[in-house]
Design a binder for this molecule. Structure first.
Ligand SMILES: [Zn+2]
Length: 140
């Protein structure tokens, strides 16, 4: 049983002589379709050009154009990207200290009075502290 196909030009049904190779019911439809395509190409050409003439990049800028529009030089953007890349590949131990790291260090070094845990409170209920700067035991 032969399969009926639809002519791409006239839409009429036909039984192809060779399966897959034939798209039209007749040679006239094939040539008319080809002529039509030529006409469509000619019509399309100026349409395509007018699309190109539109400020497509301004409407939908690429990342690079966005950077330029934002007033960032490409060199600066490149440096920023390099910096980001460096942060990604730098192991944690070699990373520069974060603000929190520095705050933690400050807290540690600024702690002049360290509470002594193995001494009881004094008669007034004050806690014992070791004064780092004088080396004295203090209660307050
Ligand atoms: Zn046809």
């Amino acid at each position: 049983m032969k399969k009926t196909e639809i002519c791409k030009y006239c839409g009429g049904g036909y039984v192809p002589k060779r399966r897959g190779a034939q798209k039209f019911c007749s040679n006239s439809c094939r040539s008319l379709n080809w002529k039509n395509n030529q006409t469509i190409k000619e019509l399309k050409a100026p349409v395509v050009n007018s699309i190109d003439d539109k400020p497509v990049l301004a409407e939908n800028p690429s990342l690079q154009e966005k950077m330029s529009l934002a007033g960032i030089g490409n060199a600066a953007a490149g440096a920023a990207i390099a910096e980001i890349a460096k942060n990604i590949i730098t192991p944690n131990a070699n990373k520069p200290a974060t603000k929190k790291d520095i705050e933690d260090l400050k807290m540690f070094f600024n702690a002049r009075y360290l509470q002594i845990k193995n001494l009881r409170k004094d008669a007034n209920g004050r806690l014992p502290y070791y004064d780092v700067q004088t080396g004295n035991l203090l209660y307050f």
